[in-house]
Design a protein around this ligand. Sequence first.
Ligand SMILES: Nc1ncnc2c1ncn2[C@@H]1O[C@H](COP(=O)(O)OP(=O)(O)OP(=O)(O)O)[C@@H](O)[C@H]1O
Length: 325
Amino acid sequence: MLELVGLRKTYPGFALSLSLAVSPGQTLALLGPSGSGKTTLLRLIAGLEAPEAGQVWLGTTDLTPLPPEARGVGFVFQDYALFPHLSVYENIAFGLREARWEAQQVRARVAELLELTHLEPHAQKRPHQLSGGERQRVALARALAPRPRVLLLDEPLGALDLKLRWELLWELRAILRQVRVPTLVVTHDHAEAFALAEQVALLREGRVVQQGTPERLYRRPKTLWVAAFLGQRNLFSPKESLELGLPARPHLLPQEAIGLGEGEEAQVQERTFKGPTVVLELRWRGHRLFWEGPEPGLYPGDRVGVRIDWSKAVPLEEEAVAPSL
Ligand SMILES: Nc1ncnc2c1ncn2[C@@H]1O[C@H](COP(=O)(O)OP(=O)(O)OP(=O)(O)O)[C@@H](O)[C@H]1O
């Protein structure tokens, strides 16, 4: 189990202050906007930065005083940081040779990782002869080679185009499930976090604002900020909630609360075709309402009845004042 206890690090205009735990064999996604402290947190765990307060625990070992190389932490950097002059094989073997593994053990371990990451056909290539996705897998294999006790991935899919991102996401997930090393993965994309991780911690200005399973976070966000960051669209301020007959606090109206067909009249403003679903932006009671579902056969200007199940409205907490530094 990886545990961060009262960890604190400040830079001019920025303060990271949090506690967090990753269970054995689990993947936790650190999700947050640019500048929220995701990379700083990984660097603190890896020992590349020293915290001003708090500790990093791995089981019963306090890693905080240890140098990076003694921590048993595997790190995949945003730009992969592969050695350009070494082959794929040698990139993966590098850390093992540094740690003075015996030649035969190195061969066996590298072969194992080439197989795990499907890189056998590329073993003798240099990084510049590889595709982005292949480079990403080399970086992962290199990080996993010395059997780290924790794996840190900083935007592992960040540099790839959209189609490749999703292909690699499934592959990365399969590999993580196979190796069962507790993993922290940084991303600013909620869909990526949801697909990769069992737990998601949402970071804002150096603090964890909410942590939970993807389902829990999406369905029960604490605040408007969390809901909006996770892609929820039907969000109402306390004033708007009151106008709609709800208590005077922020609310989320989830998709399943909105039915089309009969009911109060609304007008279609916009339509976005997404393949399996269509998103409609409706004008309803003077408010903007989004509906998403299978092809409704409706177009801008059309009128449609809207039925709301108010019992499904999710009350949210008032936004906390931005954390002070
Ligand atoms: N070495 C440093 N010196 C001064 N300020 C720093 C340093 N490293 C990070 N910061 C500041 O700390 C804050 C958090 O940075 P960090 O890189 O951790 O954010 P992030 O969430 O990873 O962002 P991104 O998604 O853009 O990579 C930023 O405001 C950044 O400018």
